[in-house]
Design a protein around this ligand. Structure first.
Ligand SMILES: [Ca+2]
Ligand SMILES: [Ca+2]
Ligand SMILES: [Ca+2]
Ligand SMILES: [Zn+2]
Ligand SMILES: [Zn+2]
Length: 503
């Protein structure tokens, strides 16, 4: 079979999608006589820092103290309609708060968040949930049911990051299925362990780094933060056949908790607050998602729904292509592969890179209708906003009760103390074989598909202070090997055949 190496191309359309963005957020907060929901400077700075590490600016206008009410209500005659759309002419409704206190209302590009006490769920019952977003312009943080009626500083920062993530189009499980209906065959739920993100229940209030390590998924030297969105480089896990010797690809892992490291076990690992040991549930292929590469600001969709200007959809990370231009479709598919934009879509992207079939790219926010058709731009944006609203209403964010249960179950890993985390110079890098796909060839994709197959090559490709996880195999470094960059190399897996051997 002929083998070819596909290299990354420099393309303008991709540059536009990954540009540094400024997000403007106005935040108001409820103040009671005994406690305040005002987020501290440390809370705001921690979240700003997470965005700054990705080149983005999070501009927060921490604004009004507003009167305290215990429960933000929904329309009693229509509990499932949007909490954010309801106005009962008193401050118990989000609509009225918005009207009185949202100073940037009507100004393009502004999000609005309110730190409240608690809110009503879609049955009009007071919820224990930490927050809610409509996936568009609005969110609330609601930690009134948490410690001290306000939650810890970490609860506040992580929940702000989490709720705002929904406004940027992120869910609790990447592009997998995690709505209320747990019976659907591809259901994975919000506790996906191999999506190291503040968006996952598993990590929102428990901390990403602390709990990745505590659950045995990562090693102490691995590069994770406590508050972050996922970078999409963790390996998928096939729950029908988990290799415990390979584990998380960073370290061995006893997925079925029987004390033995096996090469193939069937185990549901997405589970629930009770953890995955002994858990039942559907077995699927559980995947990570590159959240940072797919931010889709709700305010840009809102603008598109009002103006019909396609440029607002570009700002929301959508892309227009001519469905008859197969060369363009192929090059976009290759670009998405080589930049790891949609690692979970590798197979359809590989097919599109060969066939030039535009339909395969649709799930990656690639549109084929006429971008100058303003009515179609408006209706498309309106439809996506409504889908996001329903999706977010359907599943509230993690509650105090679930968070408590999760902490007990995980053996008291504890919650990290809030700090402003510094940016990483390096990356977690999996070293092994190139990904070789029949008929397509071998290529580097920057994920657990082993972006580099030689130690010298991996060192050259990644910046200093990276963490290199070696697949157990023999590395024949024919041209010699000079390790001259700071970095950590490890082979924390044995896969039953031995360790990494460097010749
Ligand atoms: Ca205000
Ligand atoms: Ca086992
Ligand atoms: Ca499962
Ligand atoms: Zn309160
Ligand atoms: Zn959520």
């Amino acid at each position: 079979m002929k083998t070819k190496i596909i290299t990354a191309m420099v393309c303008c359309f991709f540059c536009r999608m990954t540009h540094a963005t400024t997000f403007n957020v106005e935040i108001d907060y409820m103040v009671s006589t005994g406690h305040t929901h005002k987020p501290s400077t440390a809370v705001i700075n921690a979240v700003k820092a997470a965005f700054a590490c990705q080149g983005h600016t999070l501009n927060i206008d921490l604004d009004d103290a507003i009167p305290h009410i215990n429960t933000l209500v929904r329309n009693p005659n229509s509990c499932t309609s949007s909490l954010f759309g309801y106005d009962n002419n008193t401050n118990t409704s989000f609509g009225q708060i918005r009207q009185t206190y949202f100073d940037h209302d009507g100004q393009a590009g502004w999000f609005y968040g309110v730190f409240v006490h608690r809110y009503e769920n879609t049955s009009c019952v007071t919820s224990g949930s930490s927050g809610l977003s409509n996936g568009g312009q609005f969110f609330i943080v609601s930690l009134g049911g948490f410690s001290g009626l306000t939650g810890t500083p970490f609860d506040n920062a992580a929940t702000l990051m989490h709720e705002f993530g929904h406004n940027l189009g992120l869910s609790h499980c990447g592009t997998q299925t995690c709505g209320n209906d747990t019976t659907v065959s591809d259901y994975v739920g919000p506790y996906v362990p191999n999506m190291p993100s503040t968006m996952a229940y598993q990590y929102q209030l428990a901390g990403v780094e602390t709990n990745m390590e505590c659950q045995g998924l990562s090693l102490p030297m691995s590069l994770y933060k406590e508050i972050d969105y996922s970078h999409g480089i963790m390996c998928s896990q096939n729950e029908d056949a988990l290799n415990e010797r390979i584990g998380s690809y960073m370290t061995e892992l006893d997925w079925d908790c029987d004390g033995i490291l096996e090469t193939s076990v069937a185990q549901n690992i997405n589970s629930a607050a009770s953890g995955w040991c002994g858990a039942g549930g559907n077995r699927t292929n559980v995947r990570d998602y590159n959240e940072w590469a797919n931010l889709s600001p709700g305010v840009s969709l809102l603008a598109a729904s009002q103006t019909g200007d396609y440029k607002d959809l570009l700002e929301a990370d959508y892309l227009f292509i001519d469905s008859t231009n197969q060369d363009e479709i192929r090059s976009i598919a290759q670009e998405f592969i080589t930049t790891n934009k949609r690692p979970e879509m590798l197979n359809p992207l590989l097919q599109a890179a060969q066939s030039g079939d535009a339909d395969l790219l649709a799930p990656a926010k690639v549109l084929t209708f006429d971008r100058n058709d303003q009515d179609q731009v408006k209706s498309f944006a309106t439809q996506i906003l409504e889908e996001r609203r329903v999706q977010n209403d359907e599943q509230p964010c993690i509650s105090a009760e679930d968070s408590q249960q999760q902490r007990i179950q995980q053996g008291g890993c504890g919650q990290p103390t809030l700090t402003t985390e510094s940016c990483f110079g390096g990356s977690n890098v999996y070293v092994g074989d190139l990904a070789c796909i029949p008929l397509f060839g071998c290529f580097s994709v920057g994920t657990c598909f082993f972006p580099k197959d030689t130690i010298a090559g991996a060192q050259a490709a990644y910046s200093s202070n990276s963490r290199f996880y070696l697949k157990p195999k023999t590395y024949d470094e024919t041209n010699g090997l000079l390790l001259n960059k700071a970095g950590i190399w490890t082979c924390g897996r044995s896969d039953g055949t031995g360790s990494a051997l460097i010749k």
